[in-house]
Design a protein around this ligand. Sequence first.
Ligand SMILES: [Zn+2]
Length: 338
Amino acid sequence: MSHKKLIASSLTICSASAAWAMGTTNSHPVYSEELQKPITPFGKELIAQEALVQYLSPITAMADGNLAARVETKPLAYEVKQGDTLYQIAQFFGVDYHDLAKYNHLTDTQRLQTGQKLNIPILRKWIRVRMGETLESLAEKYQITKELILHLNPELQKSKQAYVGQWIAVPQLIDPAKSHKPNGRANQGKAKILPMQEKREAVAVVKQESEKQSSYVFQWPVDGQITSNFGWRNGRQHKGIDIWNAARSKTPIHSSLGGVVVRAGYAGSYGNLVVVDHGGGWVTYYAHLSRIHVHKGQKVDTGQLLGMMGSTGDSTGYHLHFEVRKNGQAINPLSVLR
Ligand SMILES: [Zn+2]
């Protein structure tokens, strides 16, 4: 790509996302540093608050610097409310009530005491919400209720929806055969469904890993909240996605895939820009950086530090503008990110 072409295409970039976010004015509300101010007529203030809540919540802290799913090691705790029965609790959490009883050394018919603490044989597993996924579709995918997702993610109670790129917790059943000895019942009913689902997922992950070798699967370059998507906004095309993180200039930006740095320096409205060529016609752009840690011609590995999040160029707040191009054509990064 020639220098001229690069600048020309960059002219529409973040002004497009800003126009989308604000209607007419040229500023990015969501990653604006003035989160406390009422900012927009489009409910973006809510997203900003959500982003802040998410940043302050353990989900993001846990996800920080790690782009893979994680599983909590401690089983979920539950305090018995007045009127609860073992059966209702088991049903709510999607576990077999025989297993729940065994797990807590109770008999199946035992009366529960209000305030009693139960261990639920599920672990919270953190997954990243992908494009097109909703709480409803995730509930279906994991064969659980939306209410359970909301219970596992108290910070979603208010908005009742998740954002692309957001980390949320889903339940992973603790195999009762491994923890408390079952007498055959553990393999009955609903308890059987989840482990099978997990197994299928495990297979899928392994497949994905091997596909990474042969085809092009890109890692998230940064952890954070998507504040502007790829696509047409008010008649202009936003050629990438904008990702915001409240740690701003302390947020490291990583190469999505191994390759060679073909550009590292200031580039007009892109600000400080790193472009990595991955071969096969695939190129990624990392724009608005505050600092660049690589140089042109340098070979980089997947996940290697390229620089730090910034607000240089045509940008009014800290964020990463990330583009994926195939043979010079910008494509939706969310379609290739894993
Ligand atoms: Zn952008």
